[in-house]
Design a protein around this ligand. Structure first.
Ligand SMILES: C[S@@+](CC[C@H](N)C(=O)[O-])C[C@H]1O[C@@H](n2cnc3c(N)ncnc32)[C@H](O)[C@@H]1O
Length: 231
């Protein structure tokens, strides 16, 4: 697995801007719990070493679906509330009207206003405009971890939670906002891990002009010989 980034990379400057946007817009970003932090630290260690925790398998699916992530058929179930991993990638600020249309991008915070100095720093080619809005863009197209292979479903077994990583004793760098994938129901051995890509803004599939294939965790399953079966 070439994607071995445990958590997103965010510069101190962008972290400060994200913190300010959360305060100004009164966005509710709960702190990761002690259990979340312990699990993020554990999985981060495995991602750094091997890329993929031993209980997960990445397999190619049919047609244009590309790869998907499955729970190993002999693993124990993943319980509701268990951390899958942080969605890792490169964090940038993007002018909101020309957002990143990469297949692997999230916009965890939008409607961000920048000061004149910040616009000059992050958007140097354009003239300053005080009302121009920016989005925080998290893109796993070049760097990331196995979460970039998790496919979309309207009936997902994972949810993308925006969490604050507070100072902690696990060696995790604090962050004002991080997308953490967490199991929203019990995931059984052999099932595919799936998340819903769309927020309230329905901005993923509409922009791509694609109708997603209707997958549930059981549509494709891994057999004991680690072959993909179904559909
Ligand atoms: C974040 S990637 C997921 C991993 C991807 N399968 C891969 O191999 O890189 C998102 C892309 O996967 C494909 N995809 C994921 N879920 C899908 C679905 N339910 N229907 C159709 N395509 C899907 C689309 O091409 C989408 O843009």
């Amino acid at each position: 697995m070439k994607f071995k980034m445990p958590r997103p990379v965010i510069t101190p400057e962008i972290n400060l801007i994200a913190r300010r946007a959360i305060r100004v817009q009164k966005i509710y970003v709960p702190a990761a719990t002690r259990k979340n932090l312990k699990e993020i630290a554990q999985i981060s260690g495995e991602i750094k070493k091997k890329g993929l925790p031993s209980y997960l398998i990445v397999r190619k699916l049919k047609g244009k679906l590309g790869h998907g992530v499955f729970l190993h058929p002999e693993a124990k179930p993943i319980e509701r509330g268990q951390v899958i991993a942080s969605y890792a990638g490169e964090m940038q600020l993007f002018p909101q009207n020309q957002s990143d249309d990469s297949d692997y991008a999230f916009a965890p915070i939008v409607d961000i206003r920048l000061t004149k100095e910040e616009q000059l720093r992050f958007d140097p080619k354009r003239k300053y405009h005080p009302r121009r809005l920016y989005a925080l863009d998290l893109d796993a197209v070049r760097k990331g971890n196995f979460t970039r292979f998790i496919n979309h479903s309207e009936k997902p077994n994972i949810e993308a939670c925006l969490l604050r990583i507070p100072p902690n004793s696990h060696g995790l760098k604090p962050a004002s906002a991080e997308i953490v994938y967490i199991a929203k129901k019990r995931i059984h051995p052999g099932e595919q891990l799936l998340v819903c890509y769309e927020g309230e803004d329905k901005s993923y599939w509409g922009v791509m002009g694609i109708k997603p294939f209707p997958i549930t965790p059981k549509t494709f399953q891994l057999s004991s010989s680690l072959k993909v079966q179904g559909a």
